[in-house]
Design a protein around this ligand. Structure first.
Ligand SMILES: [Zn+2]
Length: 413
């Protein structure tokens, strides 16, 4: 077992939280901005000072590599991301990236020689708030190429992805650029839970069994605009009446009858949007999540049939399109067992749990055994400047990562 240096990890978390620090104690270090580049330069400097190899790929994923005895073996990889939301917290991503780096440093401090190389990675643009989609770095790594349309993407601030990517890579001349995608042995990511359950149950670590699937729908209901005062019930084709009736039924049915289901309407609009006119068209988005693919299908069908039914009653037309789909992912069972054995040895109470949010591990899982370790965050708050992780929990996550890494390095999966 290798001893991590807890005070060093805490100091590193403070050091990185100062980059892009916001007045309310959070960070604004959005992907491929000057703040993001600053954090990448700092991590590179720290890594080179320890004698580790540092390189990046064409999507600016940043890799730190500690050599192994059999250095040609596919590396064990750990990591997360250093980019943040505009009003993000200081632990989301940074905890996993800096925990991975702490494990490399601890191995170096103890002069442990591992069989295979061990790497820490900071994936590019996990958050997806400046340039959509999120998880660009891990997605491109897992498919071995960058989708051509990404280069044309315009950021929330008007910047062009292609330019920002190029400048970010060029701002780190110490890190040579290597080909995108390479074989890895396994991947482990520490991350804050971003939900309340670990804290509420008083459990210090979660072993993540998988990530629930997601579907997004765009729904348009079309009726006829008419005078609010003169149009009687029999003459109305009211799309808002139809949509709200369907939504009321869906809110009442979907989540209350299935604790694993998530149903969210995040955006709704009516046109022409006049106080005294029946709208001619209303639109809304729907976000459906579930760990089981067949339930995703069922819920999607339920949404479509409820809206079609109520629209029909109002003599309205419906146009529904699926704009995004991410199938559920199940993390490698053997890797989960290794983490659970490590938690046992460290006397850490743990529970198996699903992730409600996407993470880079979802994409890495497509090319190598992957798994995640969750630590509690206060009140489940994340994507929020008030995000807070108790240092005992941060250290527990890092210790578990270190023990998992040394087990994998010694015994394999
Ligand atoms: Zn994150």
């Amino acid at each position: 077992m290798v001893e991590i240096n807890g005070s060093r990890l805490e100091a590193r978390l403070d050091q990185f939280a100062a980059i892009g620090a916001t007045p309310k104690g959070g960070v604004n270090r959005q992907a491929l901005t000057e703040g993001d580049r600053h954090a990448r330069r700092l991590l590179t400097k720290l890594a080179l000072a320890r004698g580790f190899d540092v390189f990046q790929d064409q999507v600016a994923n940043l890799f730190i590599r500690r050599r192994g005895r059999y250095d040609d073996l596919p590396p064990l990889m750990m990591g997360s991301h250093l980019d943040s939301q505009p009003t993000g917290g200081r632990f989301d991503g940074a905890l996993g990236t800096l925990s991975a780096f702490e494990v490399l440093e601890s191995l170096e401090d103890a002069s442990v020689e591992t069989e295979r190389p061990i790497m820490a990675v900071s994936w590019t643009n996990e958050e997806g708030c400046r340039f959509a989609p999120g998880c660009m770095g891990s997605m491109a790594f897992s498919r071995g190429s960058i989708p051509g349309e990404w280069y044309e993407k315009t950021g929330s601030d008007g910047a062009l992805f292609a330019n920002e990517l190029k400048s970010t890579i060029e701002s780190l001349p110490e890190a040579p650029v290597r080909a995108l995608g390479f074989p890895i042995y396994a991947y482990v990511e520490v991350h804050i839970e971003q939900g309340p359950s670990l804290e509420a149950e008083g459990i210090p670590v979660g072993v993540v069994t998988g990530i629930q699937g997601t579907r997004w729908l765009d729904i348009a209901v079309k009726g006829q605009t008419a005078h609010a005062g003169t149009t009687g019930l029999a003459y109305r084709r009211d799309p808002l009446g139809a949509l709200t009736a369907a939504l009321a039924q869906l809110y009442h049915n979907i989540m209350p009858s299935d604790p694993d289901a998530r149903f969210t309407v995040g955006r709704i609009s009516a046109s022409p949007g006049s106080v005294n006119a029946i709208p001619d068209e209303v639109m809304c988005t729907v976000d459906i999540r579930h760990p089981q693919p067949e339930r995703l299908d069922e819920i999607e069908k339920e949404v479509i049939s409820a809206i079609t039914y109520t629209a029909d009653l109002q003599h309205c037309d419906v146009d529904i399109s699926r704009t995004f789909e991410m199938p559920p992912c199940t993390f490698n069972q053997n890797l989960q067992e290794v983490i659970i054995a490590a938690a046992g040895q460290l006397d850490l109470e743990w529970k198996g749990m699903l992730s409600g949010a996407f993470h880079d591990a979802l994409f890495v899982n497509r090319v190598a055994p992957a798994c995640m370790i969750f630590v509690p965050c206060h009140k489940g708050l994340s994507h929020n400047e008030a995000e807070y992780v108790d240092s005992l929990h941060a250290l527990a996550g890092c210790r578990l990562l270190a023990d998992t890494a040394t087990r994998l390095a010694a015994y394999g999966l």
